[in-house]
Ligand binder design. Sequence first.
Ligand SMILES: [Zn+2]
Length: 66
Amino acid sequence: MKILKLEVGDIISMKKKHPCGASEFDILRVGSDIRIRCRGCGRDVTVPREKLERNIKSVSNGKEEV
Ligand SMILES: [Zn+2]
């Protein structure tokens, strides 16, 4: 099982799409709750970290890090 390292500025792809049809979100704030903004409609949502992690398909941060 891969550990997700989430940082502000990362872009996450979700298994469950936003009602607007987009599945990519920008990370705005990281803590016990994570604040994300939909890249489709620009709305932001706060989701408990545990719930969000179960829903993430992939994370990209623009730089290739191992
Ligand atoms: Zn949306």
